[in-house]
Unconditional design. Sequence first.
Length: 440
Amino acid sequence: MRVALIDPSYRHEGRLMKFRRVGYFPLTLPRLAACFPPDITPELLYEKCHDVNPATGPAYDLVLFAIMGANLAHAIELSAGYRARGIKTVVGGFATQAFFDMCRSGFDSVVLGDGEEVIPRMIDDFRAGRLASMYENPAPSIERLPVPRYDLVPQDVVGNIIPIEASRGCPNACDFCSVTLQYQRTFRKRAPDEVLRDFDAARAVFGRRVYYFTDPNFTADLAHAKTILRGLIGKNILWLASVDVHPLADDEFLSLARRSGCFNLQIGFETLSPHELEESGKGFAARTDYPALIRRAHSFGIPVTALMMVGFDSDTPATFGRMQHFAEKNHLSFVVTHPLIPIPGTPLHEKLSRQKRLKEIDPADANGLYISFLPKHFTESELLECYWRFSTRMQSLRSIVRRFLWPGVFRNPIAYLIMLLTNFAARSVIARRLPPGAYE
């Protein structure tokens, strides 16, 4: 039985996005590949780096797609090509719930939730000729998962960073978040020894030193995160992760992070407006002192990346200047920004729908740059142009110097050098006006 697992690319301004390799490949494919019966070795295809042609490619028995958003539209195109040849197709991923009707019509089967436990049942059903139109497994335990099939990841897609997973979901209730939509505030963690086992397996296959925790919120259970970090001390690796503001107030975590090789923490600051944080379900962040927490991380030699959005109701053109001042004054090593995205099914989407401020969105446009709602103080084009001007200013030499020319960089020169190089690499993404996903 021949099976393909495909991570589809997406179109930007009519062109299919292609890269020589990706900084960190999505972990979903090798994670799912490990769950197939022993007699099936699926082929992993990352379309950003590989050509996928349903009409002339291999005659697979079954093709599975892992989607996130904008790549759903292209996955439907690919699925149509395979189905025309009588090949069954399956889709799963974060966008399936938000665009369920499109998935149901574009594929033979839709997976809602996590796929690991679904795979064996799906293969049995397929072999018996009774592939179901839908499989649901919203939030199962993620303990005792097999080691991802890192050996199946084509070496030509592997960049400098290797993905590792310690948990799924997030207990926070941010009203714009696709993770909350997918998992309904559930938070599941993997046994620390299994996470460390995956580190060793990845190191054996790829020989890399740099790793990225794919968790939406690596420190949602701080004790769990600390246990993992204790196990990483002495392994001579470097790592980064996305966290909320809480761990920046915990000296033990920051010490363990530094000693275990942390070179960057990505913090979901979202906005500098306490009111918008309260409105968005992030009241815990609205009551914190961002600059003080950033200084605390810096005191341990850990650079901080700010993850932020623009287009909140209180945002005006002056907001972008305040964000730049905040980033430079607090020596943020990197700022990842994108327009606010009201994802179907989230409370934000429902609120804007009630206010009759939503625009119809095609998943093909869901690449992080399409303004799918009516902002309060901008036209859609004005908001996008302000976003690009801000992004350009943040990657200017002047801003980079202001953020990096300070004594704190000597507390962890390697980490700050990595982040400095990241800024210079991002300049090409901004100059070409590519979607935020191109940062990978």
